[in-house]
Ligand binder design. Structure first.
Ligand code: NAP
Length: 311
């Protein structure tokens, strides 16, 4: 029986692991991916994490992981398939949960959900068909394939603009296609983007179809103000239209909002006693590394408070 199982090894989960080890909790952290770090491992530059301006996302993830390892955090490589309530708790007794994985179950008194979020898809014809053949969700992973080529990014947030800036280093031309006439991304990123000669923003437009033969060669785009449609010749498209919380597995045990984010106050307590949430999968205003890390610390503090006086 564990005191705590942390599900997910992004910044929130790793921060929780560090705090849990320092608090002397008998904990284990379950990670699905072979590399810890969650979404930041695909981020080429993180420029707003206090004290480390311009750090590479993968390098930062490795630092987080090393910190957890140094304190002796126990990692289990497995995919979680659900949580069973073995026994409900009381004022004097902790509940017992079984975190089920593809590699067996782990019984625990408390759980921190730190499963983060994943890339949203456009859901348009050709998108699925051309994944890996010109459709990508990760510019840092696939950008180098576009050296001297023409590519597009769809979206107007921080990720889309960062991707366009990154791709402009390799590609001969980058189209940034955005459905409105202003970007959502931080001003500092916009300023950098607008200073690049080989980036063209296509405003007020949506991608309706990804076309190609063996691989992508065109996008059907529509101007949403004029309804004019046209084919745009490209070698690839990077979809950066936001994220969805990875919470489907837990929707029957904890309350989630209409977007699938787990409902919780600042302490990370969910609607189910003993189950806490931290990071991008929870309902909150700002999803950043710094807030994920803070959530992890808060959730462990709540776990400690919850376990006081309980067997
Ligand atoms: P985001 O901020 O939610 O932006 C998503 C963008 O995609 C928006 O511009 C949105 O348009 C557009 N969009 C959504 N659905 C669409 C659809 N079906 N078709 C076309 N366009 C669509 O998501 P994100 O850029 O992935 O960022 C996720 C979070 O990570 C954000 O909180 C972001 O601030 C954070 N982040 C921060 C940094 C950093 O600080 N360095 C870096 C990366 C990410 P509208 O604008 O019209 O809604």
């Amino acid at each position: 029986m564990r005191d705590l199982v942390i599900i997910g090894s992004g910044p929130a989960g790793l921060s929780a692991a560090v705090y849990a080890k320092r608090a002397g909790l008998d904990m284990v952290i379950i990670e699905k991916n072979p590399v810890s770090g969650g979404q930041i491992i695909d981020t080429y530059e993180v420029d707003n994490y206090l004290g480390i301006p311009g750090v590479n996302g993968f390098d930062l993830a490795m630092k987080f992981r090393e910190h957890a390892d140094k304190l002796g955090a126990e990692f289990v490589d497995a995919t979680v398939t659900g949580i069973d309530v073995v026994k409900e708790g009381s004022d004097t007794e902790a509940p017992i949960y079984k975190v089920k994985t593809d590699n067996g179950g782990i019984e625990t008194r408390t759980v921190i959900l730190a499963t983060g979020a994943h890339h949203s898809k456009l859901g348009i014809p050709g998108e699925e068909e051309f994944i890996g053949k010109g459709v990508s969700y990760c510019a840092t992973c696939d950008g180098a394939f576009y050296r001297g080529k023409v590519t597009a990014v769809n979206g107007g947030g921080d990720v889309a603009v960062e991707d366009a800036i990154f791709l402009a280093r390799f590609a001969s031309k980058v189209y940034l296609i955005h459905r409105r006439d202003e970007l959502r991304a931080a001003k500092i990123l916009q300023d950098e983007l607008f200073g690049l000669d080989n980036v063209e923003v296509i405003w007020d437009s949506v991608v309706k179809e990804v076309k190609g033969e063996d691989k992508v060669n065109k996008l059907l785009i529509e101007n949403v103000k004029t309804n004019e449609e046209k084919d745009l010749e490209v070698d690839g498209i990077f979809v950066a239209i936001g994220i969805r919380p990875s919470t489907d597995l837990f929707a029957d045990i904890v309350e989630c909002d209409e977007g699938g984010y787990v409902e919780a106050l600042e302490d990370g307590a969910t609607s189910k006693p003993g189950i806490f949430v931290a990071g991008d999968s929870r309902k909150k205003r700002l999803r950043q590394i710094v807030t994920a890390v803070a959530d992890g610390a808060n959730a462990v503090t709540s776990v400690q408070d919850f376990l006081v006086g309980k067997k």
